[in-house]
Design a binder for this molecule. Structure first.
Ligand code: HEC
Length: 166
C-alpha cells in the first residue's frame, strides 16, 4: 500500500536525521578530554572560540599585565559567560576561558586556556591549563605549576583574575 510505503520512507528519514544529529553532538560538541590536543581541536575546529563571547567588560586588545602579553583578547564559553553575568560565584564544569596574548604590534604570541574539568585537580580548582604557540603547538598543558602558582592569587574569583564572577 502506498500509505505504508510513505510511513516507511518517512521513518527512515527520521532515523537518518536522528543518527546524524546524535553523532554531531557526540563527536563535535561534547566537551573534550583534559588533553592539550583534544582541547585545541575542540576550540579551533568543533566549536571555534573566536565565535564565542568576549569576557564581559573587556573589548578586543585590552592592555595586559606580565606575563601574558601587551594586548589581550579573552573569550568565554557560554556557561562561563552566564556565571559571570549572574555573579554565580564560580564557573560551571566545562567552562572555558581562552585568552589570546598579543605583542605590541598585535602579532599573536600565544593562546592560553583555562578549562574546568570535573574531578581533574581538586587541589587547584579543577582547572586544566594550556598554552599554545600562535601556530597551535602545545607549549604547556595539564596541572601546570607556574600557571597555578600565580593564579592562586585570584582564588577568591575562582582562580580567574579578570572577573569578578561574584
Ligand atoms: C605571574 C603570574 C601569572 C602566571 C605565571 C600565569 N598567569 Fe594567567 N593571568 C595572570 C594575570 C595577572 C591575568 C589577568 C590578565 C592580565 O592582566 O594579564 C591572567 C589571565 C589569564 C587568563 C584569563 C582569565 C583570567 O584569569 O583573567 C587565562 C586563561 C590565563 N591567565 C591562563 C594562564 C595559563 C594557561 C598560564 C600558564 C601557562 C598562566 N595563565 C600563567 C597572571 C599569571
Amino acid at each position: 500500500m502506498l500509505r505504508n510505503r510513505i510511513i516507511v520512507v518517512v521513518s527512515l528519514i527520521c532515523l537518518i536525521l536522528t543518527a546524524g544529529i546524535g553523532s554531531a553532538l557526540a563527536g563535535g560538541m561534547s566537551p573534550p578530554a583534559a588533553d592539550g590536543k583534544a582541547v585545541y581541536d575542540y576550540i579551533t575546529k568543533a566549536n571555534p572560540y573566536q565565535q564565542w563571547a568576549l569576557f564581559p567588560g573587556k573589548g578586543k586588545f585590552y592592555k595586559g599585565a606580565h606575563p601574558h602579553g601587551a594586548l589581550l583578547t579573552t573569550y568565554v564559553s557560554q556557561g562561563a559567560l552566564k556565571a559571570i553575568q549572574n555573579k554565580s560565584g564560580s564557573y560551571p564544569d566545562n567552562s572555558f576561558i581562552i585568552k589570546e596574548n598579543y605583542m605590541h604590534d598585535k602579532k599573536l604570541g600565544a593562546v592560553t586556556v583555562m578549562y574546568r574539568v570535573k574531578g581533574y585537580n581538586a587541589d587547584a580548582g579543577d582547572w586544566f591549563w594550556a598554552k599554545y604557540a600562535a601556530d597551535g603547538k602545545i607549549q604547556k598543558e595539564g596541572k601546570v605549576g607556574g600557571c597555578i602558582g600565580c593564579h592562586t592569587a585570584a582564588i577568591m574569583d575562582d582562580w580567574v583574575f579578570t572577573g569578578p564572577v561574584k
